[in-house]
Ligand binder design. Sequence first.
Ligand code: ADP
Ligand code: MG
Length: 260
Amino acid sequence: FFIGYDTKVQAQVHVTHPEVTPPRLEIRNLVRLFEGKAVVDDVSLSIQPGHVTCLLGPSGCGKSTTLRMIAGVDIQNSGQIYVDGNLICDTVFRVPPERRSIGLMFQDFALFPHLTVGENVAFGLSGPKEKKHKRVSELLERVGLFHFIGDYPHSLSGGEQQRVALARALAPRPRVMLMDEPFSGLDDRLRDGIRDETLALLKEEGTSVLLVTHEPEEAMRMADEIALMRDGRIVQRGAPYNIYKSPADKEAVAFFSDIN
Ligand code: ADP
Ligand code: MG
């Protein structure tokens, strides 16, 4: 589902480095403790405007927890989060989730069953009706599903619902899109095609993306940059090809060895 968009966020906070373009998203030294154990352990990351960064690592390494803090549905024990150089969250100051201009797409991307496809895509939009309709139509046409605008989600296939969910998340033009294993519910036949379509649309829209995955192949296919995570820490960052060619250590070699 989409967590709203509000430009007022920018007005109320300071810009850290006015002389250079700041990253679209930056997290600094994030820590999240559960029962005294750091499941996210001093994680720092940045995403340049228009880039797709993949947070890649095995199950349980802390990827979803990191995303949940950025989305604002969980709170870090220490560290800071910035969007366009503006602080949106530290341990004392906190912009609420719906004011962060962050779009979300999670594994169970459930559309609202009682709303039509068009109403689902319009859900996070405000303003005049005609303007909303224009944006909804444009996105549904772009994903090839305009003819479903008045239908309910249950009449669509899994792949089609996935594309509607993407349109819904992109509709309010979020500054950052967070995607948590968004393709894992799809069957293998569909997955590559939907990955490519999704990436093409994200690039057209110029959306900056943090995509979480445990599949090296998906990261290689979609990322401008990969951040390799293990046991709560980022162990390596770089262009996909460079990481694939020169993994940081033995465990990273083993992790990538699944790719043919
Ligand atoms: P990933 O998304 O990489 O699979 P998660 O971020 O979901 O990993 O989880 C990282 C670790 O934190 C796991 O060991 C998980 O069991 C633990 N964890 C996550 N959420 C909670 C919670 N609410 N309470 C206690 N432990 C949690
Ligand atoms: Mg997860």
